[in-house]
Ligand binder design. Structure first.
Ligand SMILES: [Zn+2]
Length: 305
């Protein structure tokens, strides 16, 4: 199960990672626990026994204490007691995890990371998250927040980020940043007025990706440039970890090869060559289900051990 904005996504997942039932709906964040428990009940009707509940959220979760430290989508009065309340309301063993960590685990167990031992996962959507799996286990750092690749500095002269730093990867390559950069460019540059994006005032990052794949030069340039920014971040990860595989997921990766190719090219250009050659850079396989499947497999595995 995962919460994002005012939406709850849930799935009943078997031990092999297959989705048996699905739920997606709006929720009132202040009633998060009650509504999540109601969804669990609904999903349980068709699927028999539920072993555990994996609950993924955007934000920082301390896995040692199960306390949600920071999350834009979980109201502050229920953050601290969320784990306890969810267990009580559902009667299940509950694992709360950061959404990127959950998605990483899903890809690792049943997606693009299957068969690997060490992976780095990057989730590029409304924000940019990351997660590290070493020796088959999520490595979450000394207090649970490892892998925040979205907040490494890409542009020292860049704009302010939500984290307080300036020029983070997230400020140039997340979905809202792509839209912002495209808008700025459409206003400034006379050649960009030929882009069809200019006709649609409320375009999204998905529209930019769609136009790029339709051959629109301007949209293609925006996606390529985004790929270069991400590739710059990927090069740092490669140099730092000398990791076997880097898996890229999240909505921005829906642009497909148009974004994957420049990411790989830029990473190749910037990373230390022997490290780059040892790393495989691939797109995730689980798509939009990565977080829910990951949260579920994480909770299943925690319940076994
Ligand atoms: Zn930041």
């Amino acid at each position: 199960m995962h919460v994002s904005g005012h939406k709850l996504h849930a799935a009943l997942v078997d031990p092999s990672g297959n989705v048996l039932e699905r739920f997606e709906g709006k929720i009132a964040p202040e009633n998060l626990v009650e509504e999540a428990a109601a969804v669990v009940k609904k999903l349980a009707v068709g699927g028999g026994n539920i072993a555990a509940l994996g609950f993924a959220i955007p934000g920082l979760v301390n896995r040692q204490t199960d306390v949600v430290m920071i999350s834009p989508d979980v109201p502050s009065p229920i953050r601290e007691g969320l784990h306890k309340q969810l267990s009580k309301a559902t009667g299940l063993r509950v694992e709360i995890e950061n959404d990127a960590n959950a998605a990483a685990y899903g890809e690792f167990k049943v997606g693009a990371g299957r068969g690997s031992r060490d992976i780095f996962y990057m989730m590029i959507g409304n924000g940019i998250g990351g997660a590290i799996i070493l020796d088959g286990k999520l490595w979450t750092g000394s207090s649970g927040f490892a892998g925040e690749v979205g907040h490494i500095t890409i542009d020292t002269e860049g704009i302010e980020c939500v984290c307080g730093n300036t020029g983070c990867l997230e400020t140039v390559a997340s979905a809202p940043s792509i839209v912002r950069r495209a808008r700025e460019r459409l206003h400034r540059d006379s050649t960009s007025s030929l882009s069809r994006l200019g006709l649609n005032k409320d375009f999204t990052a998905d529209d930019v990706a769609h136009e790029a794949n339709e051959g629109d030069d301007f949209a293609l340039m925006m996606i390529e440039r985004t790929g270069k920014y991400i590739g710059t971040g990927v090069a740092s990860v490669i140099n730092l970890l000398n990791i076997e595989k880097i898996i890229l997921g999240g909505g921005v990766m829906d642009a497909g090869q148009a974004i994957l190719n420049p990411i790989i090219q830029e990473a190749k250009r910037r990373a230390f060559q022997p490290c780059f050659e040892a790393t495989e850079i691939v797109a995730g396989k689980l798509g939009k289900d990565a977080i829910t499947i990951g949260a579920a497999t994480l909770a299943q595995d925690a319940a076994i051990t």
